[in-house]
Design a protein around this ligand. Sequence first.
Ligand code: CP
Ligand code: NVA
Length: 313
Amino acid sequence: MAFRGKNLLTIGDLSVGEVATIMDVARKIKKKQKNGEWHQYLAGKALGMIFHKASTRTRVSFEVGFWQLGGHPIYLNEAATQMGRGEDIRDTARVLSRYVDGVMIRTFGHHIVEELARHSSVPVINGLTDKFHPCQALADIFTLIEYKGTIKGRKMTYVGDGNNMAHSLMLGCAKTGVDFVCASPKGYWPDAGVLSAARAMAAETGCTILVEEDPLKAAENADALYTDVWASMGMEQEQSIRQESLNDYQINKYLLKAAKPDAIVMHCLPAHRGEEITDEVMEGPQSAIFDQAENRLHVQKAIMALLMSDVVL
Ligand code: CP
Ligand code: NVA
């Protein structure tokens, strides 16, 4: 699988085989790290990490992961760089490409990441935009595999805002043959273009991608229940109206009862306990949430090793 030099802006950029390779390499890299075995495939390399939004998991897992691979990560925020003073993203892309071997970016509009990638000569990895969060969804697919083994034919139900997480999860499920249902109220449905792209992929892998208004109906027979915040970063001013509209779209013990008895509960974090998920479910035995968070590290290490080197594992 030839990965080196590619970008990862959305899961739609990856073939079915490339997603499978990421899963396989992540499993092997995770094992090596747990066993304390050498895996410094990116020794001598540098990663630029641009953050236009806050982050706990993405920043720490990319930074620690790149360092564990033997490289040097550099955290770049707006305040401490010329980006905050308006330097054009095209110029930032060309300059960083002269110094580093890859760039990870978290920003607002997805077009900013596309613009950065167009003008970069090194791989660009999307660490979240308003539209997509591919690294999180790939870590979530990896977590589902860890819990369920073969995932083709399984069902994931996402409950809440049809946001960047819903978009990347539906693409991830479509690539891996997992039935996906997004339960959202009208007005909060996922983007129609992303939905049709996911459906086209799902037709090839033999699964379905549905949108449903009734969360209880959507949860029936689910192997995984997933949720995310009602107001994403940048939407803080809509918090109260969203709280009202999405009030019935909570993962709680009643919704969990509608799913399979061994269903796992997933959340990308950060969570607003008492809003999209109850404290009880988050702390309950079916929660896979902190495994998801850990797996960001392993899956992103696989992505970076594959995009920035010729490693074959
Ligand atoms: N899930 C996730 O991306 O978390 P952060 O916003 O903390 O990076
Ligand atoms: N939908 C959330 C995900 C955070 C990881 C946001 O964009 O804020």
